[in-house]
Design a binder for this molecule. Structure first.
Ligand SMILES: Cc1cc2nc3c(=O)[nH]c(=O)nc-3n(C[C@H](O)[C@H](O)[C@H](O)COP(=O)(O)O)c2cc1C
Length: 363
């Protein structure tokens, strides 16, 4: 496979492991992926929910837990480590700053447009710290808004861009009716984003890799997307069913057991649709059952916690710990194709083998 170049960073494999909250991609998975030649990504969403004082001090708990996970990953690998941060988090600035202070290689920023930064972490500072910034978008229009804003305001543009299509897991940047509409397939979204990246590559004289995400499952898929003009791919669902994934074994087994019909779209309290594996918890919620909770801290700008039927941070934390009766597993549309749990290394070998067959380069 060709290498992926982002600024001065080079990967052996053009594969990024998508950030997965809450607690699904932490230092364990991220460092294994980085050591295997890809980019490993720690998800910062709700990361402090795993600290003992999350109920009283979530803001500090988030920063502390993120710092710890970045340091653990650094101790385990010399590979490339990124952090995924959602703009919709109320402590977004804290998390960007903590990641920058810890010197992570890359920030993947999604669930909103990363336009404004607090004064002490303008992209200029991040640029000096060598942290690459890669927004995650679901349309060429969103990419254009970000690049135009950054260009005018900071005289600097992002170091790459991830385009996430509607087959992804977790929260989706689409309206429900767009998810199944042919205009919004990943391959149909790509040309606009590639064209925005090309425009700004010329004006800012820097290479801006485009990375495709959402439903990419095999090495043949990777080959297909690289042929469509992207420089790399982001996979998440496939990395859940690995020994190194940081979720409880019951979370991973729910992927192995899932059938195609079990992958459903939900209305998340975040205000976006999401894709998850059907279970009793979600069936209850869709039947109108409320799961009472006390909001420890309004962690998401967009969550109307007084009306939400459940707390998504708590539900996802329970799921990470294997308590799926009190939560649910987010998953991409292809999760039903997973039939066993393997190592990250075996997954990379499989992807490489499939890629070689598809590209006709296998001996
Ligand atoms: C369990 C799970 C949790 C996720 N959590 C996040 C998250 O916290 N932030 C984010 O930007 N994307 C999140 N995603 C999306 C992934 O990072 C990725 O872009 C997407 O799932 C790629 O599609 P695939 O899963 O079909 O490979 C999550 C996906 C899954 C499956």
């Amino acid at each position: 496979m060709p290498e992926l170049r982002i600024g001065n960073l080079r990967t052996r494999m053009p594969v990024i492991q998508g950030g997965m909250g809450v607690g699904i991609s932490l230092s364990g998975l991220a460092s294994a992926v980085a050591s295997a030649g890809g980019i490993g990504v720690i998800s910062s969403a709700g990361i402090g929910m795993l600290e003992p004082d999350f109920k009283t001090n979530l803001r500090e708990a988030n920063k502390r837990a993120l710092r710890k996970e970045i340091q653990k990953a650094r101790e385990s690998t010399k590979g490339i480590i990124g952090v995924n941060i959602m703009v919709a988090l109320t402590d977004y600035d804290d998390l960007v700053e903590t990641s920058g202070d810890e010197g992570v290689d890359m920030l993947f920023i999604g669930a909103g447009l990363p336009l404004r930064f607090s004064k002490n972490l303008l992209p200029d500072k991040l640029k000096r710290m060598h942290t690459k910034i890669v927004p995650i978008v679901s349309s060429g229009r969103a990419a254009e808004i970000i690049f135009q804003y950054w260009g005018k305001k900071y005289n600097h543009v992002p170091d790459g861009i991830v385009v996430e299509g509607p087959l992804a897991g977790g929260h989706l940047g689409f309206k429900k009716e767009q998810i199944t509409h042919s205009d919004y397939t990943l391959e149909n979204l790509l040309p606009d984003v590639i064209s925005v990246a090309k425009t700004y590559e010329h004006s800012f004289e820097k290479h801006i890799p485009v990375i495709a995400a959402g439903g990419i499952f095999t090495g043949a898929d990777i080959h297909e997307y690289l042929q469509l003009g992207v420089h790399g791919v982001q996979l998440a669902t496939r990395f859940v069913a690995t020994h190194e994934c940081d979720a409880d074994i019951k979370f991973k087994q729910s992927y192995v057991q899932a059938e195609k019909d079990d992958l459903i779209l939900i209305d998340s309290p975040v205000g976006l649709p999401g894709r998850a594996i059907r279970n009793t918890f979600l069936t209850d919620v869709s039947a109108g059952v409320k799961k009472p909770f006390k909001c420890p801290w309004k962690c998401l700008r967009t969550c109307n916690f007084q009306e939400a039927p459940y707390c998504i941070a708590l539900a996802l934390t329970h799921a990470k710990r294997g308590k799926l009766e009190d939560g649910f597993a987010f998953a991409g549309a292809n999760a039903y194709r997973i039939d066993r749990i393997i190592s990250v290394e075996e997954l990379f070998e499989t992807l490489l083998d499939e890629y070689k067959i598809a590209s006709g380069t296998r001996d």
